[in-house]
Design a protein. Structure first.
Length: 146
């Protein structure tokens, strides 16, 4: 199966200079936990509900006053829509991420989440192996923000 067959197409985006509050409102509106950060078709990063809760709100910052660019993860992991879903699972496991930005011809065309793959009739062992790889603690001692 190909990534394009499973991904969520045409995801909603926020801009780097949008407020974190706007990002949270967009997540609520679209019932998602991640938003690509784009401007004029260029993908700059992603912001997650965890970025907002843990990095912004839990540190005492007001999301109304904070900008997405200060809490996003720059240079997100990407994949082609023509890639095989097994390749996507391997990439997620290797990079320890649950979501991939799907890029075609330099443009964002979708988001692929581990959950998208889980609802398909895919190999359950491969899904479990990927989740285990994603969930391994980072050994370098440096936090990974994805």
């Amino acid at each position: 199966m190909k990534v394009r067959d499973v991904m969520t197409p045409s995801p909603s985006c926020v801009r780097p200079n949008d407020t974190v509050q706007l990002a949270a409102q967009q997540m609520k509106l679209h019932n998602v936990g991640i938003l690509p950060v784009c401007d004029e078709g260029v993908l700059f990063g992603v912001i997650t509900d965890r970025d907002i809760a843990v990095e912004c709100v839990a540190t005492g910052n007001n999301p109304i006053d904070c900008l997405v660019k200060d809490y996003m993860t720059a240079n997100p992991i990407t994949i082609s829509p023509d890639a095989d879903t097994d390749e996507a699972l391997d990439l997620m496991g290797r990079e320890q991420v649950r979501r991939l930005c799907v890029m075609e011809d330099g443009k964002l065309v979708g988001i692929l989440a581990l959950g998208d793959l889980a609802v398909q009739a895919l190999d359950a062992q491969n899904l479990a192996k990927t989740l285990a790889r994603i969930s391994q603690p980072v050994r370098s001692g440096e936090p990974v923000f994805r």
